[in-house]
Design a protein. Structure first.
Length: 436
């Protein structure tokens, strides 16, 4: 780690500046060199509190008094700087973000910028958000993300995984310019009836029910008298990791691009934190639930796997991957949540878990279709999810000619042309189908 003190020149007769440093707990100063400039690099500094001093020596060899400063050197354990200058531009139905490149070297080299999203436009919290888009390189200053109504949050992450303390936020109520059509959702709350590993549902006098990590110790295995137990919720600690797999896959019937939007509502808390154990004044508490304790070790991530096959048969699923709000091409999807903690008294309380699927509008336009005198069948290049609206433009109609459309569905339609005598005739037409 390098420290780079600077100072102002004090006269034209200065020959050099002598530089020294020491730890705050030391009594002996260490000389590190001199310079004729107005700064000096102290290289390979270890984290700690250091005193630095510099004095000027003129051309006659006479030295000034020392000028000193104290500096805390954090090293890689320090949080990176908060993101500044975060702004949003909406271009072609996408959210284009830009920001100031963080000053931290361990963010620029080996670090990332992480974005999270919540549907709320007020009161958004980083810990309750979901990742949107992939993390971008720490040296970058722009990214394109799906345009949604809600709150976007951004933090810098250094090369060792430390996140900046405060999230930069942008709130938008502008809907996507891409027309989306709600298809289906897959809510898991309040029953959370999927497959649970080291997780349990607490619905005993809890409203709404919560999905949380399971304890590692059963009551009947605890020795001693119950009167001697400490806090029941914290006995033996919690499982350091758990998972919940959704109780069923979502089959959308056809393989196409879908907008996938997970929603994830949860809080975190410390099972050993009770009001009667707090010694500070109430006015100094951060909130009633966690009293400002660092609960950033609680990590919850939603994963997705998908397939183009019929999921009721013998499908080939993709590998599990972290899900972000975005567009995925597949027929069927399945999801799971993985939770991890470092401190075994920290708990997660999941009250809402859902995934929504939307389909964008699409069109199909084919020119120059020539029929026979009988029924002519049109098959779309790929099926729609619901039967689209169809417009016909005929090219060579005579007076009294007309057409009929039958058997219209998601895959196509039948059309037949007739003359004024109700006889089948051959005609050329264009069709325009719009739907999703």
């Amino acid at each position: 780690m390098a420290h780079n003190p600077e100072w102002e020149a004090i006269g034209v007769e200065i020959d050099r500046y002598e530089c020294q440093f020491k730890r705050d707990s030391d009594t002996t100063w260490k000389a590190v060199g001199s310079t004729d400039g107005e700064f000096f690099d102290f290289l390979d500094q270890q984290p700690g509190i250091f005193d630095y001093r510099v004095r000027a020596v003129n051309t006659a060899g006479v030295a000034s008094a020392w000028s000193s400063v104290r500096q805390v050197i954090y090293g890689l354990s320090a949080r990176p700087s908060d993101i500044t200058g975060l702004s949003l531009q909406i271009i072609n139905g996408q959210a284009h973000f830009s920001w100031d490149v963080p000053p931290d070297l361990d963010v620029k080299v080996g670090g990332t910028i992480r974005f999270r999203y919540v549907t709320a436009t007020t009161g958004a919290e980083w810990k309750n958000g979901i990742d949107i888009g992939k993390q971008v390189a720490g040296s970058a200053n722009s990214v394109v993300l799906p345009l949604l109504s809600g709150t976007y949050m951004a933090k810098a992450v250094d090369s060792t995984g430390n996140e900046s303390e405060n999230a930069a936020t942008v709130v938008t109520t502008v809907p996507s310019l891409i027309n989306l059509n709600f298809i289906v959702e897959n809510p898991q709350n309040p029953t959370f009836s999927g497959t649970k590993t080291n997780m349990i549902v607490d619905d005993d006098e809890v409203d709404p029910p919560v999905l949380k990590l399971a304890p590692t110790v059963a009551w009947d295995s605890i020795s001693g008298n119950m009167d001697d137990w400490e806090i029941i919720d914290a006995l033996g600690g919690l499982s350091p990791a758990g998972s919940y797999e959704f109780y069923d896959y979502t089959d959308l019937g056809i393989s196409q691009v879908w907008r996938v939007t997970p929603s994830f509502t949860f809080t975190v808390g410390d099972t050993t934190d009770f009001m009667d154990q707090r010694t500070a004044y109430v006015d100094t508490w951060k909130d009633w639930d966690d009293n400002g304790k660092d609960l950033t070790d609680v990590v919850a991530t939603i994963y997705v796997a998908y397939t183009d096959d019929d999921p009721s048969g013998s499908p080939t699923w993709s590998s599990w991957q972290k899900v972000v709000v975005g567009d995925y091409k597949a027929r069927a999807f399945k999801f799971k949540v993985e939770v991890g903690i470092t401190e075994t008294s920290h708990q997660i309380y999941i009250t809402g878990l859902n995934v929504e699927f939307d389909a964008p509008d699409r069109t199909e336009w084919i020119k120059g279709n020539t029929t026979t005198t009988s029924v002519f069948s049109v098959t779309y290049s790929k099926p729609f999810y619901v039967a689209p609206t169809v417009a016909i433009t005929a090219q060579d109609m005579d007076s009294g000619d007309y057409y009929t459309i039958t058997n219209q569905d998601t895959a196509g339609f039948d059309i037949q042309f007739f003359d004024s005598g109700n006889n089948g005739v051959s005609r050329t037409f264009n069709y325009f189908a719009r739907g999703y």
